[in-house]
Design a protein around this ligand. Structure first.
Ligand SMILES: Cc1cc2nc3c(=O)[nH]c(=O)nc-3n(C[C@H](O)[C@H](O)[C@H](O)COP(=O)(O)O)c2cc1C
Ligand code: SF4
Ligand code: SF4
Ligand code: FES
Length: 608
């Protein structure tokens, strides 16, 4: 049916999150907008093209969605623009080629809601992302934006707001899972002004992009949450701390602040209710430790970003020694929904001790990488195999790492674990801010522990000795293991140092840094022993502990590997079997990559 007859307003949504932008989505957006505007002369119903934030399925981007029919196109190119407008926008014809292939169903699906990737998700913090233009405040308002602020200012007392947030069971999404309502109450009870509210948008975990996506895709939801928090605790000044690399997040948050001020949601006497509030953005220099609340506040004050001892709560003495509430981006984004839908509604979602949903950036060796939001309590298996579509290629699942660089690695036997703050802690991992990295059988768990310890040793601020020296010593031991110099007693030594670093470090960085080591020893001790006793890396990753060879039964003598070898380590005649001289081989891996028959094997590796 032609849309001119139906008179249904169409909307074309083009994802302009960082992932899709990197794949030219802004050109697609401009192309669609121009084509549709050019056609406007003759059309009665004019589709609207909006540049939205991240849709979640970044790997399949650029994503274009056509509403109201919810036709979901992936991997769109600039050259597809004319076809999309002529077929789908004007004539409701679906372009099969661009539809999303759902690997779980084994077929293409027309709407993203039909896919397994979205079916098990529940979007609260991400409710508007991919649906609105983050630069357009009216888009946010159309979807109920700023109605929670209105409700709070007109109908609720600050104490009432705090009770509502307490009853919702919302725990901070930035890592420790501290109850948000309790933090607010502690600050509200302080009779010391001025008070401050802070939004932690530092997001230093490598590979994580949950908070960035919310700041880029729905900045007003964060602002509205902060305004509600400020009203509840009696603050008139707030700060949003964003790492400097997040340029789009800074741009979109800055614009949102300007627009909110223009509409009277920020500034003096908001909505005529006598509440005044102002907010500014502070750019972080990119140190991981500056995500820690006390280091972050020191950084805002212009001091060196070092943590301090926390025997005095920030709610008592935070920024400039004044009472301060600091919450994570995702925590703030949940607040307007809790106010609008009620604590009862929110607390019915999730598991007993962890209410609501959690946003994860699902990455690694999983088919559908991207941004997901799931109810707390969902199992790891559901996340990785239903939403994530399982392991890429023919590989087998080995472990999943949650909680950022100082999180833990969880093995296959625990895939049935319901994911929440407490269950993850119980198995030695943690929620962190929501990084989830899936690893397959070709991952060396000793190397994984080494990698994270390296990162943490570089990011430790050095203020306290257990963290500064302890992490370094552990790293040295792991480096020895990965290069064939490990000793049997090193495993116990690692565990002993881990205990001290955990116990004696000053801040959360040191206190959690040993987690990757402890969990990999706990669940993958065999791999440590193979490195130490057999001088062998079972996954074939640690170069010193592997040997490259050509399987004579598979090799057909094409000679491609010899051409690609930088050290002339491969010899043989075309048509005969080729061999590798291990004394010349530098284990660069190019022969393995080049060989189409998979004849190049790594001794000690999964490919044996
Ligand atoms: C080393 C380190 C880095 C951290 N990085 C972040 C971060 O990037 N974002 C964040 O929200 N919280 C981070 N945290 C947790 C914060 O200290 C703090 O607990 C959190 O921001 C409080 O907000 P919430 O209660 O809403 O979770 C980090 C903690 C540590 C120890
Ligand atoms: S635990 Fe590490 S990061 Fe934290 S204060 Fe001590 S040295 Fe700095
Ligand atoms: S791993 Fe690299 S150096 Fe070794 S044989 Fe193959 S191509 Fe040559
Ligand atoms: S950036 Fe487009 S789907 Fe994530």
């Amino acid at each position: 049916m032609n849309i001119f007859k139906r008179k249904v307003k169409k909307t074309v949504l083009v994802c302009c999150g960082t992932g899709c932008l990197a794949n030219n989505s802004f050109e697609i957006y401009k192309g669609l907008k121009k084509k549709i505007e050019d056609l406007a002369v003759n059309v009665k119903v004019r589709p609207v093209v909006k540049a939205t934030g991240c849709n979640g399925l970044c790997e399949k981007g650029p994503i274009v969605t056509i509403l109201p029919d919810d036709v979901f196109y992936c991997g769109v190119k600039v050259t597809d623009v004319d076809e999309i407008v002529e077929n789908t926008v004007l004539n409701n014809k679906v372009i099969e080629r661009l539809l999303y292939f759902d690997s779980a169903k084994g077929k293409k699906v027309r709407s993203h809601k039909q896919s397994e990737f979205y079916r098990k998700q529940l979007k609260i913090a991400l409710r508007n992302i991919g649906q609105i233009d983050p630069g357009n405040i009216d888009d946010y308002i159309e979807r109920g934006g700023y109605s929670a602020l209105r409700k709070v200012l007109f109908k609720m007392s600050p104490k009432g707001v705090i009770s509502e947030v307490e009853r919702s069971g919302l725990r901070g999404r930035g890592g420790a899972g501290f109850p948000a309502g309790l933090k607010w109450r502690q600050c509200a009870e302080m009779d010391n002004f001025p008070k401050y509210v802070v939004c932690n948008g530092d997001e230093g975990d490598p590979g994580a992009f949950m908070d960035r996506s919310i700041m880029e895709g729905d900045p007003h939801s964060i602002l509205e949450g902060i305004l509600i928090g400020a009203y509840a605790v009696g603050s008139e000044k707030g700060f949003i701390y964003i790492r400097d690399e997040y340029s789009l997040a800074i741009k979109n948050m800055t614009k949102a602040i300007e627009k909110a001020a223009e509409r009277g949601f920020l500034g003096q006497n908001i909505m005529g209710k006598g509440f005044s509030f102002d907010i500014e953005i502070v750019r972080g220099g990119g140190a991981f430790v500056c995500g820690e609340s006390t280091a972050l506040m020191a950084s805002i004050e212009g001091r060196v970003g070092e943590p301090r001892i926390k025997y005095i709560h920030s709610t008592e003495k935070g920024l400039w020694g004044q009472p301060t509430v600091l919450n994570n981006v995702e925590t703030w984004a949940n607040i307007p929904v809790i106010i609008n839908k009620g604590a009862g509604w929110f607390s019915r979602i999730g598991s007993k001790g962890s209410r609501g949903t959690k946003v994860f950036s699902l990455v690694g060796k999983v088919r559908n990488t991207g941004l997901i939001e799931v109810p707390m309590g969902i199992t790891l298996r559901e996340i990785i195999f239903d939403i994530g579509g399982g392991i890429i290629g023919s590989g087998k699942f080995k472990a999943v790492q949650t909680g950022g660089p100082s999180g833990g690695c969880i093995p296959e036997s625990l895939l049935g674990l319901g994911v929440d703050f407490d269950s993850l802690n119980e198995v030695g991992a943690m929620m962190g801010s929501g990084g989830m990295i899936v690893m397959d059988e070709n991952t060396c768990m000793v190397e994984v522990a080494r990698y994270y310890l390296k990162f943490l040793s570089e990011e430790s601020c050095g203020k306290c000795i257990p963290c500064r020296e302890g992490i370094k010593r552990m790293l040295e031991i792991l480096e020895d293991m990965c290069t064939g110099k490990g000793r049997e007693e090193d495993i116990e030594l690692l565990l002993e140092i881990s205990e001290t670093v955990k116990e004696a470090s000053l801040c959360g960085l040191g206190k959690t840094a040993p987690n990757p080591v402890i969990t990999t020893i706990k669940y993958f001790r065999d791999e440590y022993l193979a490195h130490i006793k057999d001088r062998r890396c079972p996954a074939g990753i640690c170069r010193e502990l592997t040997v490259y060879y050509i399987d004579r039964d598979v090799c057909r003598g094409c000679g491609l590997c010899r051409k690609g070898c930088p050290t002339e380590a491969i010899s043989g005649e075309i048509g005969s079997r080729f061999t590798i001289d291990t004394s010349k081989c530098i284990k660069c891996g190019s022969c393995k990559e080049i060989c189409r028959l998979n004849a190049v094997k790594v001794l000690g590796g999964a490919a044996e």
